[in-house]
Structures are given as C-alpha cells and as structure tokens.
Design a protein around this ligand. Structure first.
Ligand SMILES: [Cu+2]
Length: 484
C-alpha cells in the first residue's frame, strides 16, 4: 500500500475517510435547504473496544471516533446534523471562529437539534489546523449524556499553504468509556510547571472549612480506556518504517481526564498546540494534554522495535490507554518503558524574548470549589457566582476590536482545562512565568496557581467561557461574554 503524505491515515488507525460525505440518506421530511458537504448522524450504537469489551453509547455515524472531517480554510461548508436520539443535541465546532448560532452551545443561543429531527448548519471553517467537534449538552448527573458519550470526532482544516515537513499523519483520539461516580477518587497530579500560591491555598482551605458537606463531592471514574476506539493490544498497530517522520495529531477527547502519552525510545517534536503552530518547536519525551487539548507532534522513527505508545498512568494503560507502534520487519511482544518524570511547561514552546501587546482591559476571576454543595456534587464559582443555566445571563460585555486580558486564580487543588469559544487566546503568564506567542483555545490551570491569557474581541456574538471538565462546567464553572 502506497502511503503519501496526504493520505488520511496509516493502516491501523482507521478513521473512515471524510472530507466529503454526502447526505444521501436524508429523509424526505427533513428541512435541509441545500446539498450538504457532509452529514453527522447522532444515534446510539456499539463500540467494540476489545472482543470482550463492547460498550453501548451515543455515536456520530455509528462509529468511534466520529469521521475525520477535512475542511479547507475559508471555504464554506454545509453540514447536516441528524439527531436520531430522544433528547435534544448540539454539535460544537471546537476551536473554530464561527458564528454563535452554529457554534453549538445553548448558552450562546445556538438552537438545539431536536430529537428525531435534523438541522443544517453552514459556516466558513477557520483557522487552519487541528480542531474537533463534540456534543455540548449538559450531562449533570447523567453519565449517558454530554461528553461522557462517544460523541466526538476530529476536524482538520487545511491551511491555504502547507509547510509540513513530515511523511504522513496519524490521528489519535484518546477517550475513556464506562464512566461511574466515586467520591474524591481523583489523584493529585503535579506534572505542571510552577508552584502553588499560598494565598490561593488559604482561600481553598477557607472554602473547605465553610462547606456544609465535609466529605468530598462526586468525581467520575472510568473502567475502560482506548485510542481510536480500541483498547491497547486490540485493533491494528500504527505500522511505521525506519526513517519516517510521522506527524501525530493527538486529541484528548475525555469528559474530564488529563492524559499523557509517551513512545519508548522516541521523542516528540511539538509543532502545534491546539492546532496552532508554536513559535519554538521542541523535542519532548512526554506529551501532556488536558481535556479537549490537542497536540501535533512529529516523531522520527529511528528506534526499530515493537513499542507500546501509551499513558504514563499504570492503571489507565493496563485498562487500554495505549496503541502499539510497529516497525516494518520488527517482531516480538510490544515493549513499554516508563519515561522519567517530565514537567509540562507551555512556555518552553514560546517566542523567546517575545512580548505581548498591552491589554485594553483586564478581567480577573477567582475560582472556588464548594464541596458537595449541590446534592453531593461540588459547586464551582467564579468571583462567588455559579453560572445559572436558568437565566444564561452574560456576565461580561466586550467591545469589538479591544484586547482583553483574563486572569484566573485557582483556589482549588484541581487542574482546570479553561476553554474560550469562538476565539483563540495568547498565553501571557503561566506558572508564574511571562510568555508570548503561544496561541490556544484550551489551557490547563494548575491547582492553587494563576494564569493569564489575552484574547482580541474580533468575532461578535455570544461567547462562552468554561472549564472543559464536564463535571465542572455543568455545576457552575461557566461565564458568558457578549459584545456591546
Ligand atoms: Cu474544571
């Protein structure tokens, strides 16, 4: 099989070819106006993670992950979204600068796709790079809703020019299945650069002392883990040849977990974060991804063997979070070698000596957790306020063209993957260090640390900000921006 650098995927990591899936199966009573470029059908289905682990969940087009959609930057697309379930759904186009009514968030007033009905959306894909799509409904206490399901798929927006120096691309979608509730079972993770701020620790302690419920609130754990819908050792390996440069596009499609990924004997040259090229591409031994983050990294295949590319967490890897990388002609059992601990520091990829433009305005938000405040679920407040799903009232007004600096202070020990819709932002300060030139749409804020990033209000319309952990966003951790 000939593989060229434009081929969608290699061998095993099969994401069915997309780009132009026609909406041939459109029902006569559907209200589609035009021929769609592609269609997504939301329905319950089965995913065979392994022969003895078959899960039932909600999927796009009956598969996990959903089809890889390839769009061209600036070239309008029409998408038919069919909802074959009994509940309203939303498809969010994560990381794209599109209009609020198709972005896929109820808080931004995007209309739902009604149960047993369809909606046609049209937008101009931008910016170029690795994006994705996923459901954006509230799950609350229902682990069969929202991002706990299999409703996720990758998007690649082709740039107008293509500078990639690689031989081929492999898309990896990391995802857990079979969720259940536990109490405070989450492990503390301190792989992020920077150190805790004493004042934020004190605030966290005060909130704990004031909490009516002293036990920890619910957390979500998972039984099964998979890459591209297959548990480690199942499905086809990524087959490589010595000397090849493989561009991995890695998506953490979890509902709330942080993931790591290492390939024994190899380094990853990080070339893009959240689909946006970094100023300083750099070799690292481990990739770390918060919920909804993407990393594009090139690995040079110069260490022949049969390897396990996997998560550093032993439990998660044993329950499936990995994929085999197999060199041509190599034989034997796949080998896993745990890398040395590695601190993840976004600023290493930044513009050396760079500076950011001065903001027109700074908005500060302090994040506090209220243990078990909502029927056993933790409640999250920003400056003392939990987002109200009843009123969905915008908290901030922004003016077009102005540059806003958002400063977050995390008075909790959790890591929060902060996400802004419909805009990208530039990191300004992370882990106590100034930085410039790194453009993202999700960023991990470490426990008891602060972070600053800037965005330019250049895409009028309601704009949602939230923590990308489903369990946090559903219980208060959201804020809505509107344009004046
Ligand atoms: Cu969070």
């Amino acid at each position: 099989m000939h593989i060229d650098r434009r081929s969608l995927l290699a061998y095993g990591t099969l994401l069915p070819l997309a780009g132009r899936i026609t909406g041939g199966a459109r029902a006569a009573d559907d209200s589609a106006q035009r021929e769609a470029d592609c269609s997504l059908r939301i329905a319950t289905g089965l995913v065979e993670l392994a022969p003895d682990h078959i899960v039932s969940t909600t999927l796009y087009n009956g598969q996990f992950p959903g089809p890889l959609l390839r769009f061209k930057e600036g070239q309008k697309v029409v998408v038919d979204i069919h909802n074959d379930t009994d509940t309203p759904e939303l498809v969010h186009w994560h990381g794209q600068m599109i209009q609020s009514d198709v972005d896929g968030a109820a808080e931004e007033r995007t209309p739902f796709v009604p149960p047993r009905w369809m909606r046609q959306v049209a937008f101009v894909p931008k910016p170029s790079g690795f994006r994705f799509y996923h459901t954006h409904v509230v799950a609350g206490s229902d682990l069969n809703r929202g991002t706990y399901t299999g409703q996720v798929g990758p998007v690649y927006i082709e740039p107008k020019s293509d500078p990639g120096a690689y031989d081929r691309e492999v898309f990896l979608v990391l995802k857990e299945f079979a969720p259940s509730f536990s109490r405070g079972g989450d492990m503390a993770m301190d792989f992020l650069a920077g150190s805790p701020i004493a004042e934020l620790q004190r605030m966290g302690k005060t909130a704990d002392d004031e909490a009516k419920q002293k036990t920890k609130g619910f957390e979500v754990g998972y039984d099964l883990f998979a890459i591209n819908g297959k548990m480690l050792g199942n499905g086809e390996p990524v087959r490589v040849k010595q000397g090849e440069r493989v561009l991995f596009h890695v998506l953490n499609a979890s509902a709330g977990e942080i993931r790591s990924l290492a390939l024994p004997g190899h380094l990853f040259k990080v070339v893009a974060l959240d689909g946006n090229p970094v100023p300083t591409p750099l070799d690292v031994p481990v990739l770390w991804l918060g919920t909804a983050e993407r990393i594009s990294a090139i690995a040079k295949m110069d260490h022949p063997g049969v390897w396990v590319m996997a998560d550093l967490a032993d439990d998660d890897r044993r329950r499936g979070m990995g994929i085999v990388v197999e060199y041509a002609l190599a034989r034997g059992k796949p080998q896993w070698i745990k890398p040395k601990p590695f601190r993840w520091d976004y600023t290493r990829f930044d513009k050396a000596g760079g500076t950011v433009a001065a903001p027109d305005e700074t908005i500060e938000m302090t994040i506090v957790k209220h243990n078990g405040a909502l029927d056993g679920f933790n409640e999250w407040t920003l400056n003392g306020q939990a987002f109200s799903m009843e009123t969905m009232k915008p908290l901030y007004k922004v003016q077009r063209g102005r540059r806003y600096r958002l400063k977050f202070r995390n008075a909790s020990d959790d890591i929060h993957p902060l996400h802004l819709h419909r805009h990208s932002f530039e990191l300004v300060r992370v882990g106590g260090k100034p930085t410039a030139g790194i453009i993202k749409d999700v960023v991990m804020l470490a426990g008891f640390q602060d972070i600053e990033f800037d965005f330019v209000a250049d895409n009028p319309g309601m704009t949602l900000f939230h923590c990308h952990q489903q369990l946090h966003m559903d219980f208060g951790f959201m804020a809505l921006f509107d344009y004046a």
